[in-house]
Design a binder for this molecule. Structure first.
Ligand code: PMP
Length: 345
């Protein structure tokens, strides 16, 4: 066999559909409906081609400094990846032995399970943090904690994450892909002087409206961050990505204004769903996870898709009765609600 056994038995991660048609309402991959900062456009249009002739800065010094200022962390405690997905994959390499286990909540970001399979180690899912005990024969070396969680949108308070990290023996990676939309975050745990095992990870893909750029970063204790540098590709973040992300960080107020708009739309949208009898989980993210009042989630998903309105449906015992809907513009949410009302007629 030419393909490794672990890969032959692997079920690949299925990302949300990226429809080709232009006239779609795309609420399925938690992208931001608003454009990135105009400063990003300026950097792109004035980009010096000579910078493409040469390799990019392998240590992304300027971007690290700017992120450090934004999150009040020392640049030497910051690592940057080709999307936060790359940081997750590198963590599985850097922090987990072949006979150890990766843990996460279940349900959570389903890529975690696939990453463990690619790394050929065991994955264990837990209903809640208090269930993470009696760790079994194999050591849980890395816990990937999406906070706020996906697909639920539910936030764990910082104090609970801190208490968990204190008793957990391995690395706790708090995946804060959606934290800019949330009322609280765990960055203070990552930057605390006595922190030994907490890494907080963020992305430019959601709040900064730069999913196409592929930049994510994390903050943590230096020995852990150094380990990530050791296992990365030399030039994992390209020159264009570094320059555009830098412009976005310098204009973070643009991002914050977009976040405010999304959060306000979410409030209105949740009220509309609840008025129609839907059960909506309390979301601190740019999406909601909601159970329809009358029809099956899978049916509504298909009918919406037929109208080029894309939301996300996850089969499986804990998720199949709900839809995950990204918060778009007020107009997009109105289109979706109008379609739901027609189905109900
Ligand atoms: N973590 C979570 C919880 C996510 O939902 C996503 C986006 N699918 C990511 C990480 C990855 O984001 P990116 O690679 O675009 O930074």
């Amino acid at each position: 066999m030419l393909v490794a056994k672990s890969v032959r038995k692997l079920t690949a991660y299925t990302p949300g559909e990226q429809p080709k048609a232009k006239d779609v309402v795309k609420l399925n991959t938690n992208e931001n409906p608003y454009p990135p900062s105009p400063e990003c456009a300026k950097v792109l249009s004035g980009f010096d081609l000579d910078k493409l002739r040469r390799y990019p800065d392998p240590e992304f010094c300027e971007l690290r400094k700017a992120i450090g200022r934004m999150v009040k962390a020392n640049p030497e405690n910051i690592f940057i990846g080709n999307g936060s997905d790359e940081i997750l994959a590198l963590s599985a390499k850097a922090f987990v032995e072949d006979d150890e286990t990766i843990g996460s909540l279940d349900p959570s970001y389903s890529l975690y399970k696939t990453l463990a399979a690619i790394r050929d180690v065991e994955w264990r899912g837990f209903g809640d943090l208090c269930d993470v005990k009696g760790e079994g024969a194999k050591k849980l070396a890395l816990f990937l904690l999406t906070n706020p969680n996906a697909p639920t949108g539910v936030l764990k308070p910082r104090a609970e994450v801190a208490a968990f990290a204190k008793r957990f023996k391995g690395v706790v990676m708090v995946d804060e892909a959606y934290a800019d939309f949330s009322r609280e975050n765990c960055m203070a745990l990552a930057t605390a002087k006595d922190n030994e095992n907490v890494i907080v990870m963020r992305t430019f893909s959601k709040s900064f409206s730069l999913a196409g750029l592929r930049v994510g970063y994390c903050v943590g204790p230096k020995p852990l961050v150094d380990a990530l540098y050791k296992v990365k590709d030399s030039y994992n973040v390209d020159a264009v990505a570094q320059a555009v992300a830098l412009a976005a960080v310098k204009d973070a107020k643009w991002m914050r204004a977009n976040v405010k708009k999304v959060v306000a739309t979410k409030r209105r949208f949740v009220a509309e769903l609840e008025r129609r009898g839907w059960d909506v989980m309390p979301s601190e993210s740019n999406f909601v996870f909601a159970r329809p009042a009358h029809a099956k989630a899978s049916e509504i998903f298909e009918r919406l898709r037929g109208r080029h309105i894309y939301v996300r449906y996850f089969s499986g015992p804990k998720t199949a009765d709900r839809l995950r809907v990204t918060i778009g513009t007020d107009g997009q949410m109105a289109t979706l609600l109008a379609a739901l009302d027609e189905f109900d007629r």
